[in-house]
Design a binder for this molecule. Structure first.
Ligand code: ADP
Ligand code: ZN
Ligand code: ZN
Length: 699
């Protein structure tokens, strides 16, 4: 008998087909079965979906499915639920989310290849009844014991707040060990923000859980080959992998016996996918934990203000906060937290880049063979090139941005559309030979420091080594790891870098960290800028000076050059007082009605002209307002505005903010609006693309 099956396929974003398609099958296949089906001219991967196949007017037109991948266990009902929720919350089609989160190679491999892979996995084997680990574990600190006791008693989700070095990772590993021992099928998911951090974590996890067998630990991130990704996914999906370590995409993996999800550095913006389906892996982790009965731990030295707010102390008579906050204020070992030094740039000679007191402090450290880390959030040599005669500037012809001067290859590069041209010998506008660099990037600071320190030698008479790490120096595969290794080996005296170096890397011999020009974030239009700056500075400071062999009379130092030395952010930083900083920020956010006290979504549109992009948004605004009035729903739609980076590669960009005081009101509105937007899109043919960003991180 022929069966009619509902099958979900990867329909394009915002396509009209949002539900499953119907195919014929010889067998009745359970929901969650992976299948291959014809779609138009091609064949595509699909998922048998729960529910009845909708009745179609002409059953003769229903095509048979090509094959069912019956060698793979079906995807669980809970996983299908997770996809349904994520698609609905982030305003995408279920097919796009579900098929998009499967390893790409699953679309191409044959049944036979799959069978072979699965066979190989089974031979690898894992030991479920393994003896306790042979490694001797450190005795827990009282703070760690307390935290673990709470985790054993309460469901969570937990916000684990502790500085770098307070022993959070040890807590993750112990909690994982408890759950893995209690249930021989249990699986654990650990998320880190950056690909570069997975090897570090993997090494530690492998050392701790070696007794579980070779195949019990897998990684998942976008830097893996398609074959590796498929292998890891199959391991997790078949239950063989007991620990899955990965970046944000791993939160969507099928992990049928999930008992614990750890989100390390939970505040990190990398957890938010910034294109396509713009999901937050942290937020989905919390939802998934609840759905699958897995405990969730969100760890950070500087939790996101959302997580901090949701884990506030309970107040009698009010609804209980959603998360439980656990703190580990102490650092393990002798490592002290660095002292903050502020240089008032208003009292320095004009145009000072590296102030005299900072330079002196750097010299002292270098003389003792300690290392210095200098942070600047701009790569390249100078952000703008300009002509002193006619005022010409190195604008990008295709973007509303300047092309950045890179001295190493004497190029002008647009960091947005990648247009790269040689630096002109004379001003393209007036022919003047005197064109100069405006402002400073990492390349220029590196050069400047080399001049300032040219008289210094190492104690052994060797010249100083000043290195730079940013997106330009680390393009090649493995470059970042290699360059960081040089720093670790002590081969570098001064390291100049963008924020990418501050994330998660241990700088054990670094005893001085300097932020040259962090003021931009204090008064930014982006209300999350101070939060990010505080996290960056505290994180950078926390990574420094943890080498026990350093004999130091003075503690490590964090230097900040600023025109606003009395700014409350720096006061809190000086006290290492995240709680104080968070309280002050949350007060401001509450007064301004910003997240986490409101919920936001951004509708963005791109077109050849700003008018065309805005016309679409304005029409969307009108239809949205009209519907909101009929519903009496309290949702605010703001007027359309050009994005702060208005034009990229000759495409005009515009956006419109939607805000509500209740998440439910916002969600109700968005799911209705979706249909309007698709209709409007067809009327506004000049719109190249549009996108919805729910809970946007950058506005
Ligand atoms: P975090 O994740 O908060 O940065 P870690 O768990 O990595 O902290 O701990 C910092 C350092 O202290 C690591 O080298 C770790 O091995 C060590 N450590 C953690 N817990 C203990 C403990 N209870 N006793 C001794 N050393 C510990
Ligand atoms: Zn000129
Ligand atoms: Zn450009």
């Amino acid at each position: 008998m022929q069966q009619l099956l509902p099958v979900m396929v990867a329909t394009p974003a915002y396509s009209r087909i949002s539900g499953p398609l119907v195919y014929q099958s010889e067998q009745l296949l359970p929901p969650g079965t992976l299948v291959r089906v014809p779609l138009g001219q091609r064949e595509t991967l699909g998922l048998v979906w729960p529910g009845q196949a909708p009745a179609l007017p002409d059953p003769m037109q229903i095509k048979p499915l090509t094959e069912a991948l019956t060698g793979i266990p079906v995807l669980s009902a809970k996983w299908l639920d997770l996809m349904t929720f994520a698609a609905s919350y982030y305003q995408r089609s279920i097919g796009e989310f579900a098929i998009g989160s499967l390893p790409p190679q699953l679309r191409d491999v044959s049944q036979l290849q799959l069978a072979r892979k699965l066979n190989k996995r089974n031979k690898l084997g894992t030991t479920t009844h393994a003896a306790a680990p042979a490694v001797s574990l450190p005795a827990l600190t009282p703070e760690q014991s307390l935290v673990l006791a709470r985790m054993a008693q309460e469901p969570g989700p937990f916000v684990l707040h502790g500085n770098t070095g307070s022993g959070k990772t040890e807590v993750y590993l112990r909690r994982a060990a408890e759950l893995l021992t209690a249930d021989e099928q249990a699986q654990v998911l650990m998320l880190v923000p950056e690909i570069n951090l997975t090897p570090q974590l993997e090494e530690r996890v492998r050392a701790r859980f070696a007794h579980l067998g070779e195949g019990a630990i897998v990684s998942m991130h976008s830097g893996m080959t398609p074959a590796q990704r498929l292998n890891s996914w199959l391991s997790a999906h078949t239950g063989q992998a007991r620990l899955v370590l990965g970046t944000r995409l791993a939160v969507l993996a099928s992990i049928p016996h999930l008992k614990l999800i750890v989100v390390d550095e939970e505040h990190d913006p990398s957890y938010k996918q910034q294109e396509g389906a713009r999901y937050s892996a942290r937020d989905l982790a919390v939802y998934r934990g609840q759905l699958e009965g897995a405990q969730v731990i969100l760890g950070s030295a500087t939790p996101s203000l959302e997580s901090w707010h949701h884990s506030r102390a309970p107040v009698a008579g009010e609804a209980a906060p959603r998360y439980v906050r656990l703190s580990m204020p102490s650092r393990i070992g002798s490592g002290q937290l660095p002292m903050l030094r502020r240089v008032d740039m208003g009292k320095q000679p004009r145009k000072t880049l590296v102030s005299a007191p900072l330079l002196d402090a750097m010299r002292e450290r270098i003389a003792k063979r300690e290392q210095v880390l200098v942070l600047l959030n701009r790569r390249g040599y100078a952000p703008v090139l300009h002509c002193t005669a006619c005022g010409w500037k190195s604008e990008c012809p295709h973007c509303s941005a300047y092309r950045v001067f890179h001295k190493s290859d004497r190029s002008l590069r647009c960091h947005h559309c990648s247009l790269t041209q040689p630096v002109p010998r004379a001003c393209p506008s007036c022919g003047n030979q005197d064109i100069g660099a405006l402002g400073h990037g990492t390349e220029r600071i590196e050069e400047h420091l080399a001049e300032l320190l040219h008289d210094m030698k190492r104690p052994d008479g060797m010249p100083l080594r000043i290195a730079r790490i940013d997106a330009d120096t680390t393009r090649g595969k493995g470059e970042l790891v290699r360059q960081l290794a040089e720093v670790h080996d002590g081969d570098v005296d001064v390291l100049v870098g963008t924020q990418m170096v501050a994330k998660g890397h241990d700088f054990r011999r670094v005893t001085l960290v300097a932020a040259l020009n962090p003021d931009g974030a204090l008064f930014s239009a982006d209300f999350r800028a101070p939060e990010r700056l505080f996290a960056l500075l505290l994180q950078a400071a926390g990574r420094a000076g943890r080498d026990a062999t350093l004999t130091r009379e003075e503690p490590c130092e964090m230097w900040v050059q600023t025109f606003h030395p009395a700014h409350p952010l720096f006061e809190s930083l000086k006290q290492h007082d995240f709680a104080g900083f968070a309280a002050q920020q949350l007060t401001e956010r509450s007064q301004a009605g910003l997240p986490p006290f409101s919920f936001q979504a951004l509708l963005r549109a791109e077109a050849r002209t700003q008018e065309a992009a805005q016309a679409f948004l304005n029409a969307a605004n009108d239809s949205g307002q009209a519907w909101l009035q009929t519903q009496g729903l309290s949702v605010t739609i703001y007027p359309a505005v050009p994005m702060s980076l208005q034009r990229i590669a000759n495409v005009e960009r515009s956006q419109m903010l939607v805000e509500a005081h209740s998440r439910r009101a916002l969600q109700t509105f968005l799911s209705h609006w979706q249909q309007d937007l698709q209709d409007l899109r067809n009327q506004h043919k000049a719109v190249i693309r549009w996108a919805m960003d729910v809970d946007p991180l950058v506005i």
